[in-house]
Design a protein around this ligand. Structure first.
Ligand code: LRH
Ligand code: MN
Ligand code: MN
Length: 388
């Protein structure tokens, strides 16, 4: 049995990154609901991420999306983050929200559009260098809607070319994470639809190119933990975009739809030794809070990841291995289920007290009056940029 002190030490060391875009107004293509007190710019999004960190103790960085979070002075934004107690995390170039990108960005048949997209990727490498970020997180909306619309193969060549030029421009400490998505916005082919395509490009690029698993980007029924185990084994699991889904890319709070799946993923992470920050697997959230208040939803999400992680840490790995080795199918399954069915909230509450934070972060946030202060201070919050 894993002892409590070891479990707590691992949980204390865990880092979960929150996305800037989760703090702004968002919605679907049907309606973006404006909420009160939402941030008006990147500085205020950083402030909200810092608030989530203050109440959880394990979320010390914020992912940026450029140009949604464009500022004049990234060094100043970095300092602002530092003063607020967090740092800038992954830089996400956005090459999907301009008319020029109708037929794609780096895979576009038009070399002028491809050049424009590449320039933006290179600009983001520079922003990463200025902000001290070590992750360039790439997702392309590129693809086609109709059979015959473009050459599937030529598009892969164009993609490889852009990735190579970007990779070559990255400073040595920076990693490139290549995110895949089965469909949407393209409905016939996506240029990076799955882990295999991402992995193939990463292998061509070099060690600092790794696969990013967004949990919402798979076909229903996909065994995500299998992908996680496989990529970890290959040393190519760069990180996650955690969220949850009932139907497609729903971007709901992680652990809300299927906490058992999240546990199974975290079990692979723990077994693979990848929880250790030295393993460099980035645990990032990628969610939108369309109808729920954003900061408490982010706090809830961080707690959900912690709970799944705690359960995974509680798996009796000696008993599991013994059962596996002796072909004891039911015993092996029971070792997992016993851990999953454990109520880990008391151990997490204890850990938080030891860390000097409130054992119940959501209640503490509610009591703090912070939300009311934000509503009074901030008028005319910005749209996340997403779901517009
Ligand atoms: C695409 C995606 C990708 C984007 C983010 C806003 O669906 O998951 O990570 O950058 O959403
Ligand atoms: Mn994502
Ligand atoms: Mn997504």
């Amino acid at each position: 049995m894993t002892d409590t002190a070891t479990v707590k030490a691992a949980l204390r060391a865990q880092r979960i990154e929150t996305p800037s875009w989760a703090y702004g107004n968002s919605g679907t293509r049907f309606k973006v609901f404006a909420q009160e007190g939402v941030p008006r710019n990147a500085y205020e999004k950083v402030d909200d991420a810092a608030t989530v960190h203050r109440f959880t103790g394990v979320a010390p960085s914020i992912a940026l999306h450029i140009p949604w979070d464009r500022v004049d002075d990234y060094a100043e934004l970095t300092k602002h983050a530092g003063d607020a107690g967090i740092r800038i995390g992954a830089i996400n170039p956005n090459v999907f929200q301009e008319d020029d990108y109708r037929l794609g960005s780096v895979c576009n048949p038009d070399p002028i559009v491809r050049r424009k997209a590449l320039d933006h990727l290179l600009e983001c490498v520079e922003i990463g260098a200025t902000t001290g970020s070590t992750i360039l997180s790439l997702w392309f909306a590129d693809g086609t809607n109709y059979p015959g619309q473009d050459s599937i193969r030529a598009r892969q060549d164009r993609l490889a070319e852009a990735l190579e030029a970007t990779y070559a421009a990255m400073p040595g400490a920076m990693r490139m994470l290549l995110e895949y998505k089965l469909f949407e916005p393209s409905f016939y082919t996506m240029d990076v639809p799955d882990w295999g395509t991402s992995y193939a490009h990463c292998l061509q690029l070099g060690d600092r190119a790794q696969v990013l698993v967004d949990t919402g980007h798979h076909a229903p029924g996909t065994n995500i933990e299998f992908i996680v185990a496989l990529m970890l084994r290959a040393g190519r699991l760069g990180g996650f975009h955690f969220n949850s889904r009932f139907y497609a890319d729903d971007d709901l709070m992680v652990g809300a739809a299927d906490p058992f799946q999240l546990f199974r993923i975290m079990h692979e992470i723990v077994q693979g030794g990848a929880l250790d920050p030295a393993a460099d697997v980035a645990f990032m959230l990628d969610q939108c809070h369309n109808i729920e208040p954003k900061i408490p939803a982010m706090i809830r999400s961080v707690l959900n990841v912690q709970e799944a992680t705690a359960k995974a840490l509680l798996v009796d790995s000696d008993a599991l291995r013994a059962a596996q080795d002796s072909g004891d199918v039911l015993g092996a399954n029971a070792a997992l289920m016993d851990a999953f069915n454990t109520d880990v909230r008391p151990i997490l509450a204890e850990l938080r007290e030891e860390m000097g934070i409130d054992p119940d972060p959501i209640a503490a946030y509610r009591r703090s009056g912070h939300h009311e202060r934000l509503v009074a201070e901030r008028q005319g919050g910005a749209q996340a940029g997403w779901g517009a």
